[in-house]
Design a protein around this ligand. Structure first.
Ligand code: UD1
Length: 398
């Protein structure tokens, strides 16, 4: 376990300490926005009021799944890396719990902030709560109502023990209230993932990825060859070789109309070997990309095919059509207001939806409420006032 000691700012100025946990790829863009907002808060106050500690659980560890995101997004180097790596769900969750406990004892933060729905989220929330540390969940209340998804279990359990629930869309409030959450704990603040997207969009526009993939001329000059983007990693889509092979057959069909660029997740890369699918010319299988390159790829795509949660939101913010290869989504606002369409697992439906976009185009739709680049600032200010109120209450009582 790497336990670099945190460079602590002057203790006299510090009012509260937030320990943020990251583990898997979709966590990094969320924590990037929170770390920036803490820095901006301290700059505005002219003093390091909030101390920030970052713990990386090591759930994702490949350079392309982790370090590249810290570099692209200039996220401060984690103060601790628990290096848990890939294990079964039970062992991975248990290892994170065992390894984060001494960190929480040593750092004694006022809040543990967790994001999203991965195993690192629920494991660290559970340890913190049992130690009497307040838990803050960013991206709370999303529900697919599909308990076969490990993420759904992680979301429900994390929300049930969180002290502050920060939500990205109104549907989350209904879900939380239905499960008995106290309304006073719920804060509608917008979407930190979109904060990061808006902040890095201009930089991403300059990424050389299109010329690297020969989808434009050198230096990005010339017309862009029309293409779509594919991502796949959900266990329900990729773990069964027959199911994965069927999806790839639908994609091969689409690739006869336009190129499909497919950055392959490591989980999927392993599983593809077991299918009867043979590479076809129109499908460009590449290694996972960094944040800026992938953002550029989405910006210029005719449409995106995905089973990811975050990409449904990013395409909505970009106004790029998204075909979601799932039967449900925990992010319904991307359908009601955004560019997302659920196409399920029926090959005919997938191909028909792709053709519909190519033939009829897809008009840009709206941006959901509060997806305005300021969600993380709202979160940091809410935590700060919650803490000041709680401290004032304590003083009154004593
Ligand atoms: C995890 C999250 C999922 C999230 C996804 C984003 C859980 C339950 N799942 O799924 O919600 O959408 O991350 O990517 O937390 N591997 C590598 N290198 C890595 C990481 C993983 O090769 O850096 C391979 C390993 O073979 C591993 C497999 O990918 O067994 C799956 O990784 P894991 O973290 O267990 O789950 P993901 O499918 O990535």
């Amino acid at each position: 376990m790497n336990s670099d000691i945190l460079q602590k700012p002057e203790t006299t100025e510090i009012k509260l300490k937030i320990l943020s946990v990251v583990g898997a790829r979709p966590n990094f863009m969320k924590i990037s926005a929170v770390a920036d907002a803490i820095r901006e808060h301290n700059e505005a106050k002219g003093a390091p009021e909030i101390a920030s500690v970052i713990v990386h659980t090591g759930q994702h560890y490949d350079r392309r799944m982790s370090k590249l995101f810290f570099e692209d997004l200039r996220i401060p180097k984690p103060d601790y890396n628990l290096e848990v790596g890939s294990l079964s769900h039970a062992r991975q969750t248990a290892e994170i719990m065992k390894r984060i406990e001494p960190v929480l004892i040593r750092e004694s933060p006022d809040f543990v902030l967790v994001v999203g729905d991965v195993n690192s989220t629920v494991a660290s929330a559970l340890v913190a709560k049992k130690m009497g540390i307040r838990v803050v969940h960013v991206e709370a209340g999303l529900r697919s109502f599909d308990m076969s998804m490990p993420e759904e279990i992680n979301r429900i359990l994390t929300d049930a023990i969180s002290d502050m629930l920060f939500i990205t869309e109104k549907s989350a409030e209904k879900n939380l209230m239905r499960e008995g959450a106290d309304a006073g704990k719920i804060f509608f603040v917008g979407n930190v993932m979109i904060d990061t997207l808006l902040k890095h969009r201009a930089k991403a526009e300059r990424s050389p990825i299109l010329s690297d993939l020969k989808l434009t001329g050198p230096d990005g000059a010339g017309k862009i060859t029309p293409y779509s983007v594919l991502t796949l990693h959900r266990p329900s889509n990729v773990d069964d070789p027959i199911r994965l092979g069927e999806i790839m057959n639908a994609i091969a069909d689409i690739s006869s109309r336009l190129e499909v660029v497919f950055p392959v997740h490591p989980r999927t890369a392993g599983k593809l070997q077991e299918t009867n699918f043979h590479p076809v010319r129109g499908i460009r299988m590449i290694d996972p990309l960094g944040y800026l390159d992938f953002l550029k790829l989405m910006i210029e795509a005719k449409f995106v095919l995905t089973d990811s949660g975050g990409i449904q939101e990013e395409t909505t913010a970009l106004g790029v059509p998204c075909l979601t290869l799932r039967e449900n989504t925990e992010r319904p606002v991307t359908i009601s207001e955004g560019t997302n369409r659920l196409v399920g697992l029926d090959n005919k439906k997938i191909i028909a939806a792709a053709e519909d976009i190519l033939d009829r185009g897809a008009g840009r739709r709206g941006i959901p409420e509060l997806w305005d680049g300021k969600a993380a600032l709202r979160i940091v200010e809410s935590i700060s006032s919650f803490f000041l109120n709680a401290s004032a209450g304590k003083h009154k009582e004593s």
